[in-house]
Design a protein around this ligand. Structure first.
Ligand SMILES: [Zn+2]
Length: 298
């Protein structure tokens, strides 16, 4: 399943082509993906200019010149690709998102007239159809059912030790569960939570509130964990453009940065921390695998 760093990689790949481009027409080839498309989907997009492309958690947001926002989600297997008739052909720029190329799963095609260059087609492909698209009217985005209750972004400096202390104060849930709670921090998946906890040296089953001091303030552990979360996500985004292509699984599933994982999916292998002679263990929390080093993480 695409995680936040991949969605950000996709955004960065699409932005140079989509931002400032006029939507000439939209081919909607099915009535639904995971959910039905909004009423008059193609009609409301046709003729609009894309003023900006942003991201909130795992949602890609295309901001249109009439105030409407197109919200899209990749689901399990969704991907976007860029096609042009220019000399560069398919996928200009750093757009290496692993994807299905089976045209039978091309469900939406946006025909664009970019500010410069040749016309382009932006194609949404989704074999399993867990992706979806929705609209939010101007002013409605902040309170939108999909967006309104999302927690802090794990990118940028807003996520610091003080914010983690506020979020985790008096929380008895394990650190792993608290980090996966989308109402607290939005967009963190299983892989990056395992990696961040290892980097911070914190045990995944420890109560979230145990890293907060008794006055509800940040401890060194809060600072370490916030920095680790930001660094894990930033590293994955950094790697996204260049390494995803090497990790297309045989079944066409999206690849991840497996060669960079310290603990994720490394059960029984040596911990990569210098001076640590322990091996990575796997446990199951809330039905999902957690990978950790019992020596490094306390
Ligand atoms: Zn270790």
């Amino acid at each position: 399943m695409p995680e936040l760093p991949e969605v950000e990689t996709v955004r960065r790949g699409l932005a140079p082509v989509m931002e400032g481009a006029r939507i000439l027409s939209v081919e909607q080839r099915r009535p639904d993906l995971r959910f039905p498309f909004p009423a008059d989907f193609a009609g409301r997009l046709t003729g609009r200019r894309v003023d900006g492309l942003s991201r909130r958690a795992k949602y890609l947001l295309a901001h249109l010149d009439d105030g409407l926002t197109l919200i899209s989600h990749l689901g399990m297997s969704g991907s976007w690709r860029i096609e042009t008739d220019g000399p560069d052909g398919d996928s200009p720029g750093r757009f290496h998102h692993a994807r299905s190329k089976n045209a039978a799963h091309d469900h939406v095609v946006f025909h664009l007239a970019p500010k410069t260059g040749t016309n382009a087609r932006i194609v949404f492909n989704d074999p399993r159809r867990f992706g979806f698209m929705a609209f939010a009217e101007e002013g409605e985005l902040a309170a939108h059912p999909l967006i309104g209750k999302l927690g802090a972004e794990p990118t940028g400096n807003r996520l610091d030790g003080a914010l983690l202390a506020t979020l985790f104060h008096n929380r008895r849930a394990p650190l792993k569960a608290a980090l996966l709670d989308q109402r607290l921090i939005a967009g963190l998946g299983n892989i990056y939570v395992c990696e961040a906890l290892w980097r911070a040296g914190l045990a995944p089953d420890r109560a979230a509130g145990s890293i907060v001091n008794k006055h509800g303030g940040a401890t060194a552990a809060c600072d370490r964990l916030a920095a680790a979360v930001r660094a894990v996500i930033a590293d994955a985004i950094e790697a996204g453009g260049s390494s995803l292509r090497d990790y297309v699984h045989a079944d066409g599933a999206l690849g991840y940065f497996q060669h960079r994982f310290a603990v994720y999916d490394r059960e029984g292998e040596p911990c990569v921390q210098p001076d640590c002679d322990s091996v990575v263990l796997r446990t199951v929390q809330s039905g999902r695998s957690t990978f950790y080093c019992p020596a490094c993480q306390r």
